[in-house]
Design a protein around this ligand. Structure first.
Ligand SMILES: C[S@@+](CC[C@H](N)C(=O)[O-])C[C@H]1O[C@@H](n2cnc3c(N)ncnc32)[C@H](O)[C@@H]1O
Length: 430
């Protein structure tokens, strides 16, 4: 397919998403099923166009003076892919699969529109109602942080030190431009592609089948490191899901000690069986029901809550979620978070630690939950995280997360170059 056909396809997918409220992967899949001639390069280019368009939906609509799917898709080519109006018009000229597009003069006028006159939430490409939360989380940096969420995310891998080391994983992906992550000690970063470029399917590699690495954002790797599991300890991963944090703990603990992995939705635990095998993790014990945790109350050295959350810190990867979040979703999540904190706290031994993690940037899900927990649970005290951050991140020049006095650390795309992650730790008083 040429650019015109890809552009037309992106417009059709965006229309489907808009009119039928379809999730992005479903709309892309449907399009693929009804256009079987499209090759994998075409599919990747169309998917990139759709995702990029959604990342900057508001500012695109502002400069184009229209928010239809064609406005968004054309603006994506001009503003994110660096195609000039003249080249776009010339490339699409005579292509019978291309959509109608405005003249190069009109498109140039759109590109020249002064965004600094737009309301801040439009420049920042976030829903208007979330401006206050961003300001509260990031102060003067809030707009830069919101804009950083409009970029494509890199692919981060965590070298599995039970099987190999970072140097070997770096070598395996040298042809992809892999670099060591700056902050996470075992991370490898493969930069995001540009324009139509496809991102490597790392899980199809032999090195993946050999258990050399897991796909894990640098922020998530750092959250696991900050939780600080050490060899010989007993750990409960209370919201274990597919086991990303449990696997990181098994490596940190050098397969010595025990990790109990529980999740309220036991179907989410299923992929962990294969992941454990591949990673050579020997100390993870999957507990499918809350009743299976009986006897662990007051016993654990560490309990991790990787809490259900709004996922606002992962908007680079799921840009449609940005426009779907509602005040009700947020209120539901904060209620879940209080519930999980209360339930998981019961398993921490006196002197043991409770770590609370979200992939959200919203103060309601982060510092507010921490404050409320401390009020409900005077048997816990806060742990100072400054020193711990330094012990996890070797480079003293490296950027540090946002920190609210004793109320946790907030990593973010602009500041730490990771997804947004909040980390807080409490100690149960002796
Ligand atoms: C952010 S995900 C966990 C991701 C996982 N830790 C990882 O690293 O791959 C949050 C998980 O919390 C689980 N969850 C939600 N409510 C829960 C509850 N009340 N008790 C335990 N787990 C819960 C969800 O099923 C979901 O799998």
């Amino acid at each position: 397919m040429r650019l015109g056909g890809r552009l037309q396809a992106a417009i059709e997918v965006l229309t489907d998403i808009e009119t039928r409220h379809r999730p992005v992967p479903d709309a892309l899949k449907d399009w693929g099923l009804s256009h079987r001639f499209a090759g994998s390069g075409d599919r990747a280019a169309i998917s990139n166009l759709v995702h990029d368009a959604l990342r900057m939906k508001l500012s695109h609509a502002y400069v184009m003076d229209g928010d239809g799917p064609a406005d968004l898709a054309i603006a994506t080519l001009l503003r994110q892919w660096g195609v000039s109006p003249e080249d776009l018009v010339a490339t699409l000229d005579g292509d019978k699969f291309a959509p109608e597009i405005p003249s190069a003069e009109h498109l140039s006028a759109c590109l020249a529109r002064d965004l600094s006159a737009a309301p801040a939430y439009i420049r920042a490409d976030i829903p208007d109602w979330l401006t206050g939360a961003f300001e509260q989380a990031f102060g003067a940096d809030w707009e830069a942080e919101a804009q950083a969420l409009t970029e494509r995310a890199p692919l981060d891998l965590r070298a599995n030190t039970l099987v190999t080391d970072r140097a070997q994983v770096l070598a395996a992906f040298a042809d992809q431009g892999a670099e060591p992550t700056r902050l996470a000690p075992h991370g490898v970063r493969i930069p995001a592609g540009q324009g139509p470029q496809r991102q490597i399917a790392a899980t199809s590699e032999v090195s993946f089948a050999r258990g050399w690495f897991e796909i894990q954002d640098e922020g998530s790797q750092l959250a696991a490191s900050l939780a600080g599991a050490a060899p010989g300890e007993t750990v409960l991963d209370y919201c274990a899901g597919g086991g990303g944090k449990s696997l990181a703990f098994a490596a940190m603990m050098e397969n010595a000690g025990s990790i109990h992995a529980y999740d309220a939705d036991r179907r989410r635990l299923a992929p962990m069986v294969e992941r454990i095998r591949r990673a050579g993790a020997e100390i993870i014990d999957i507990r499918e029901r809350v009743a299976d945790l009986a006897g662990l109350e007051g016993q654990m050295d560490r309990v991790l809550i990787d809490a259900p959350c709004s996922g606002t810190g992962t908007w680079r990867r799921r840009p449609d979620a940005k426009w779907r979040l509602s005040a009700k979703n947020l209120a539901d999540r904060t209620a879940d978070q209080d519930k999980v904190l209360d339930a998981a706290a019961a398993y921490v031994r006196p002197g043991g630690e409770l770590a609370y993690v979200t992939c959200s940037l919203m103060p309601e899900e982060n510092t507010d939950r921490t404050k409320a927990f401390l009020q409900r649970h005077p048997e816990f005290e806060t742990i100072s995280l400054k020193q711990r951050w330094r012990s996890v991140v070797a480079d003293p020049e490296a950027p540090v997360p946002y920190a609210t006095a004793n109320l946790g650390l907030l990593m973010s795309p602009h500041r730490t170059g990771s997804d947004g992650f909040y980390f807080m730790a409490f100690r149960r008083k002796l």
